[in-house]
Structures are given as C-alpha cells and as structure tokens.
Design a protein around this ligand. Structure first.
Ligand code: SAH
Length: 221
C-alpha cells in the first residue's frame, strides 16, 4: 500500500499517534464527525519545526516561534465544532493565522476561509505551507485583525485564535445575521471561550469553557 503523502517522513509512528489523538478528542467530548475527520486529515506535523514534529499528535499547544503557539488540537476541534453547530458557514473569517493549522482545519470544512495575521513572517510562512499542501480556498491578509477584513464581509462565521478583553466592534459588525463568532475573552490567566450568535436584533452569548490563549495585540509586526 502506498503511504498517504501527508504522512510520509513520519510513517507508521505518525499514523498510530494520529489515531490516539482522535480517540482522545472523542473521549474529551468532540462528537462532530466532520470535525474529527478534518483533524484526521490535516497533517499537523507539517505546521511545526523539525525539532517538534515528533510531538505533533500530542494534545498540546506547542511553540511556533516569535512567542506564538500552535493551538491545542482539542481547542481547535472545540472551536470548529462550535462554529459548525447550526450548519456549515460559507465564509469564515479567522483572526490569528499563526502556523495555519486551524486555517487548514477550517478549509477542509467550509467553502471559503479569510485568515488575518499581524506578524508578517507567520502570515507568509502559513501562506506558503497551505499552498504547498494544496489548499485553494484560503485568502490571507497581513494586517491587524481587530479591524476584521471589511472587503469580504459579512461572514457566516468568525473565529478568533488570540484572546481579547473586549470583542472588537469591527468583528461584531462584520458578522452576518445568524452568523457565529467564537472568541476567547479576558485577561491572561482568566479567559473564557465564548460563542456569540448574531440575531436580527442583537447578539446571544454562551460561555464554552476556560481557555489560555496568547493575547490579541494591536498593529502589525
Ligand atoms: N490558530 C493558530 C494560533 C496562533 S496563536 C495556530 O494554531 O497556529 C495566535 C495568533 O494570533 C498569533 O500568530 C498572533 O500573532 C496572532 N495575533 C495576535 N493579535 C493579532 C491581531 N490583532 N491580528 C491578527 N493576528 C493576531
């Protein structure tokens, strides 16, 4: 049998580790098979430096340089599951491209992803990596995500992968009616992952769980 191109280089160790990770996500309550399927397909080791590739299928956040981290697989799954709960959004805005791992998971599931990153090196690296992996439904912007990405608004879903003390107005405005916004809110050490839904008259808000994200910072770097 021919190896799947995404697992080449890590071989069987990777296949077993991926299966263990999927089992763990199920045990932790991720039940959406679409989301589990996407996490099974995306080669997380491709988003890490060589020294960390062997740990790619552990259920942990890991450093990606420049004081940033690739999100924990469980949190990626949880956020994606919350985003898809009322149906598959057509257009999703992601704030905080980082390694591009969450971006790839989204691109597996929705028709179009718009991903914003404030650190130039990360944005460019993620763009190259996701293009090499064959994704064609992602647009990248090197800019401050607190402004959203007005040109393509409104979005059916917005997912923020850095924590903010106050949800930026631009993101609330660029969310279409019926759309969902998944965002970690609060200061470092005391953040809650929230799911907001825009209705015809306002926003409904639900807390999902306590989380620990790097902060949403202003401006470009
Ligand atoms: N989903 C990413 C998580 C990266 S960590 C992954 O799994 O790899 C959060 C990212 O948000 C970092 O890359 C950080 O630079 C970025 N970020 C922080 N503030 C931002 C802002 N205002 N606009 C855009 N990106 C921002």
């Amino acid at each position: 049998m021919r190896a799947h191109p995404h697992t080449q280089g890590l071989g069987m160790a990777s296949a077993a580790a991926r299966k263990r990770l999927l089992d763990e996500l199920r045990q932790w309550g991720i039940a959406d098979e679409r989301v589990l399927g996407a996490l099974e397909r995306v080669p997380r080791h491709e988003f890490l430096d060589d020294a960390l590739k062997s740990r790619a299928y552990e259920n942990n956040a890991l450093p990606i340089g420049l004081s940033q981290t690739i999100s924990q697989p469980y949190i990626v799954a949880l956020m994606t599951q919350a985003l898809l709960r009322d149906g598959v959004p057509r257009k999703v805005l992601e704030i905080g491209t980082g390694s591009g791992y969450q971006t790839a998971v989204l691109a597996e599931l929705v028709p179009a992803v718009f991903s914003v990153e404030r650190i130039k090196h990360l944005s460019e690296t993620a763009r190259r990596r996701l293009s090499a992996l064959g994704y064609q439904n992602i647009l990248f912007s090197y800019s401050d995500g607190a402004n959203g990405w007005p040109s393509y608004a409104p979005y059916d879903g917005i997912l923020v992968t850095a924590a903010t003390e106050r949800v930026p107005d631009a993101l609330l405005e660029q969310l279409g009616v019926g759309g969902r916004l998944i965002v970690p809110v609060g200061p470092t050490g005391s953040q809650v992952l929230k799911r907001l839904r825009r209705t015809a008259t306002g926003y409904e808000s639900h807390d999902l769980c306590d989380v620990s994200f790097v902060p949403l910072l202003a401006g470009r770097a």
